[in-house]
Design a protein around this ligand. Structure first.
Ligand SMILES: *Cc1c(COP(=O)(O)O)cnc(C)c1O
Length: 463
């Protein structure tokens, strides 16, 4: 996997779990032993703890962030009961259909189809729309590579749109400029779990007569004006891959309020065989595949869903508090929300690091210093439009045959994204959803770590 365009949670959380380093242990033991400590050593201890860990001070964060996934005997029962039933696939048992009903209900959507992954959800939507060679699909440049891959898998042309640097979301004005007579879908992503500018996107879709597909793979239970994402476009895609806020190892779902489109999706994901639930009907599509979810995954999701609402609330509260704390730190700019956003899923806590407020300390060094404090932090996505994995499409023989050399050359130019370049080369940083499942004190420790680094930025830059 190329670090630049695809991101995996590679950070070793185990190293976060080491409770105390030797120095801290000795300090604590000493403090405990002295009871009413004298001013001298105590003062020295205070100074030591205010120094960044990267310069030999003690870590701001010592207790370890939430494990992921969280589970207990609810999940064990869910898996064992499917096992013992002998009905392991959706064509054999009722559980995937039960999950679909529950997930549609939770999101206030008319229809839900469980599928084998978030990528499968997007693939099914594009398949049901009949998107293929010669078609263009508008997507944000700032996203997980899957958003791009599903377009290319259909030999359609992905048009990469620049990022609104303040929100990290697709720039809708630039999306509008990217629409041509060939555009068959606009596929915004609610990146980080925060809604893109949904009202503007829906207006654009209506004006252009093109369906909006919401890539909500990171945005479980996120809301726009009080309504759950995935309900606004023709359809929304969700991922239940291990790192996501709702997890069954690999899985996905489609939400839609269009009954005909729900049927078309079912047919596409089930080898062209129609019908709903577990029944077969006559095939209607001419292209289809098998992207079915299993009963094990369906029941695991039902068990995980008993925790979802509480987790969303915990992340919301912690993120709100963290944002308040960070507001006092110049040079740390949390991603802004569009006014319609009423809830973020906070799959990622995205923020900009402006090094001019840190004596020019590079983003890389800042991350290193934060990691030394015991705090995971990552630059995240890069310049997808410049990555060889993507630019190589311009010399793909199938693309050259379908679109011609001139179009593919122009395509490289159409994908220029200057705002995204600035954001991802110098500024963008992420905290992760598991960090927001901690305590209020954890949020204070994150802010404290950043303040220490800011204070000692000159020394860290030289170290
Ligand atoms: C995770 C993700 C996907 C793909 O989901 P999988 O379940 O991993 O296939 C697609 N788009 C975005 C934005 C994602 O974060």
């Amino acid at each position: 996997m190329k670090g630049n365009i695809s991101f995996s949670l590679s950070f070793n959380f185990n190293c976060m779990k080491q409770k105390f380093n030797r120095r801290e242990f000795i300090s604590m033991a000493a403090a405990a032993g002295t009871g009413l400590a004298v001013a001298g050593p105590n003062f020295a201890l205070g100074q030591e703890s205010k120094k960044p860990a990267i310069l030999g001070g003690s870590k701001a964060y010592t207790s370890g962030f939430s494990a992921w996934p969280l589970f207990d005997d609810r999940e064990e029962k869910a898996l064992v009961s499917v096992l013992k039933s002998g009905n392991w696939g959706r064509l054999n048992g009722p559980v995937v259909a039960e999950f679909e009903k529950a997930y549609a209900g939770l999101n206030g959507a008319g229809h839900c189809l469980g599928v084998s992954s978030g990528t499968a959800a997007l693939t099914t939507i594009l398949g049901a729309l009949g998107i293929g060679p010669g078609d263009e699909v508008v997507i944000p440049v700032y996203t997980f590579i899957a958003t791009y891959n599903v377009v290319v898998l259909n030999y359609a042309l992905p048009i990469l749109v620049d990022t609104d640097i303040e929100t990290f979301q697709i720039d809708v004005k630039k999306a509008e400029a990217a629409v041509t007579a060939q555009t068959k879908a606009i596929m915004p992503v609610h990146i980080g779990g925060t809604p893109a500018d949904i009202d503007a996107l829906i207006r654009l879709g209506e004006k252009a007569g093109i369906p909006i597909i919401e890539d909500a793979c990171q945005a479980h239970l996120a809301e726009w004006k009080g309504k759950k994402v995935g309900n606004f476009g023709l359809a929304g895609a969700f991922s239940f891959q291990s790192s996501k806020n709702l997890n069954c190892a690999e899985g996905g779902a489609i939400l839609t309020n269009d009954a005909d489109f729900a049927r078309a999706c079912y047919t596409f994901h089930n080898q062209g065989q129609g019908g709903t639930g577990t029944s077969y009907g006559t095939g209607s599509g001419t292209r289809a595949t098998n992207l079915r979810l299993t009963e094990f995954q369906g029941n695991l999701l039902l068990a995980q869903m008993t925790r979802l609402q509480q987790q969303v609330e915990t992340r919301t509260e912690n993120a709100k508090y963290l944002t308040e704390l960070l507001a006092d730190i110049p040079g740390i700019e949390p991603a802004k929300w569009y006014p319609g956003t009423t809830r973020s899923a906070y799959h990622l806590y995205m923020f900009r690091y402006l090094k001019e407020h840190f004596h020019g300390l590079s983003r890389g060094k800042f991350v290193e210093a934060l990691n030394a404090e015991g705090i995971p932090c990552d630059p995240g996505y890069g310049q997808m439009n410049r990555d060889a994995y993507v630019t190589g499409l311009a010399s793909n023989p199938h693309y050259l045959r379908i679109y011609g050399e001139k179009t593919m050359k122009e395509w490289l130019d159409r994908n220029q994204c200057p705002q995204n370049d600035t954001l991802t080369r110098e500024q963008s940083l992420w905290f992760f959803q598991t960090m927001l499942l901690g305590t209020r004190e954890n949020m204070e420790q994150i802010a404290e770590a950043i303040r220490k680094i800011q204070k000692y930025a000159k020394q860290i830059a030289k170290a």
